[in-house]
Structures are given as structure tokens and as C-alpha cells.
Design a protein around this ligand. Structure first.
Ligand SMILES: [Zn+2]
Ligand SMILES: [Zn+2]
Length: 274
């Protein structure tokens, strides 16, 4: 039986269609035996109709969160929407030059700021109107370009239920070669097509040697750590333990470093904005 004690894709009430505070999530993680929690709220256009920078300040002050909280290692992430076939992420073209207190500062993009203040990013496709008419090759490339273009993207989020008809092998091979991780997401198991696709992706990850993360994508604290369907599927196919990057906190932190990102437990706090 595989063991998985990290849950690196979860949401707080900031995501608007999620229901728990960060403290409630950490408490639930501790109770469920989760040793490392990644909080990855949505960063995309589903949150606000006409957002300003002020709407995203939740992401920039998470230095207040203890790194070890109630015995759980807590990492700061964001689930950024992929917004086009070139693999750009939400906020990439939103230029800003003031702080949240309206002081003039060196220009930056909204994406740069949220990425800077995150230990790693998860890149996911949500609304996919922009993929209409795209070829299979373009849909495959969009995931590859997302990883190539965005060094902070550690994880390709729920590709098993994106609904996009991409080719699995080139995406898995690119993730492996770029030292990124493919996500197996418990939420995807709610629907038969998601189950089938996740299984196919996991089988190819095992065969091609690409590490995966196993996570709940919990939108409420009581779901944190509950990933029995996804874990059962990995057990059924005999998924190799060494490719499960979320099997222990050390394994996940090593995967972060292997992707070229700083070890979150060593990182310094940047200058606060307010
Ligand atoms: Zn969501
Ligand atoms: Zn999510």
C-alpha cells in the first residue's frame, strides 16, 4: 500500500467557492495525519469580474503563516489559470507600478508578484473557451509551453479532467525532463471519464518515469487528506513509490529543489508591502 502524507493542492475561503480558513485547513491536516500542507488558492479570472491589485493582496502577506503550524509544514502556493495556447498564466500581462498602499514602486506584473510570494505554482486549465478550434498538437503544446515559460510552475494541475484532447506521452515526457510534476487529483475521480483518463496518465507516468503528486484539491477543510480513490488507483496499477513525490515531506521538498526552486524552509522573507 502506498503512503501519501502531503496534500499540496488545497483551497481556503479566499477562493470564494471554498469554505475554510487557512487555520481550519491546517487543523484538519493535522487531524488527518497530513504532515505537509500546500495551500493553493485560485489565481485566475473566476474570482473577480474587474479585479484590481488590491483583490490579490491575500497572496502577498502569507509570510505571516508559520512554516510549522500545529505540527504541519505549511507551504504557500497558488493555482494559476493557464490563459492561452502559448502557456501564459493569469496576470502575466497585467502591469503594475504601485504597492497596495499606492506608493510608486518598480514596475512588476501581477503574475510576477504572486509567483514571487509563492513557494511553487500549480498551473491548471479551468475556463477553456480559448481552446476552441485548437488542434491536438496545440493542446499538447500548451502544457509543454506552460512549463517552459513559467519556471515557478512545479505542478500541472488536474490534467486528467481538463477535458482537453491532448497527447499524454509528450506532456509526461516534458514534465519528467523539466523536473516538474504531474498531478493526480482526487476530485477528478468523481466522474467516470476523469477516472479513466487519470489512470491512463498515471500508467504512462509510471512507464516513462515521471513523478506525480497526489492531492485532494480540497475546497473544504474536512476533505483535506482524503484521497482514497486516487490512492486506490495507484495501488491497483502498482505505481512505483519512488515516483510519488508527495509520499513524504522530504520527498516533496526534494522535488521542489529538483525543479530549480528554493527550498521553502530556507527561503527569506521579502520586503513587506504594508
Ligand atoms: Zn476551485
Ligand atoms: Zn484547485
Amino acid at each position: 500500500m502506498l503512503r501519501n502524507v502531503c496534500d499540496v493542492h488545497t483551497h481556503t475561503i479566499y477562493s470564494r467557492h471554498a469554505y475554510s480558513t487557512i487555520e481550519e485547513c491546517v487543523r484538519a491536516a493535522a487531524a488527518a495525519g497530513v504532515e505537509l500542507l500546500g495551500s493553493a488558492d485560485h489565481f485566475g479570472n473566476m474570482l473577480y469580474e474587474n479585479p484590481s491589485y488590491l483583490d490579490f493582496q491575500y497572496f502577498i502577506n502569507r509570510y505571516l503563516w508559520p512554516r510549522t503550524w500545529m505540527g504541519v509544514t505549511v507551504l504557500r502556493s497558488a493555482e494559476a489559470d493557464i490563459t492561452d495556447l502559448e502557456g501564459h498564466l493569469y496576470g502575466w500581462d497585467r502591469y503594475l507600478n504601485t504597492s497596495i498602499t499606492y506608493e510608486e514602486v518598480a514596475p512588476f506584473t501581477l503574475l510576477e508578484r504572486v509567483a514571487r510570494d509563492s513557494d511553487y505554482l500549480i498551473a491548471s486549465v479551468h475556463g477553456k473557451h480559448w481552446t476552441q478550434g485548437a488542434t491536438r498538437a496545440q493542446l499538447t503544446d500548451l502544457y509543454i509551453k506552460t512549463m517552459e515559460r513559467n519556471p515557478k510552475v512545479l505542478i500541472l494541475g488536474h490534467i486528467g479532467r481538463s477535458g482537453l484532447d491532448f497527447e499524454i506521452d509528450p506532456v509526461v515526457e516534458a514534465a519528467r525532463d523539466l523536473h516538474r510534476l504531474v498531478e493526480i487529483n482526487e476530485h477528478s475521480f468523481a466522474y467516470p471519464p476523469g477516472r479513466t483518463r487519470c489512470r491512463a496518465i498515471a500508467e504512462r507516468c509510471a512507464e516513462l518515469g515521471c513523478p506525480v503528486t497526489l492531492c485532494t484539491d480540497a475546497h473544504i477543510a474536512c476533505d483535506i487528506g482524503r484521497m482514497d480513490h486516487a490512492l486506490g488507483m495507484l495501488d491497483e496499477i502498482g505505481f512505483p513509490e519512488e515516483l510519488l513525490a508527495t509520499r513524504t515531506p522530504d520527498a516533496f521538498l526534494q522535488a521542489v529543489v529538483a525543479a530549480g526552486l528554493p527550498n521553502p524552509l530556507d527561503s527569506e522573507r521579502p520586503q513587506p508591502e504594508a
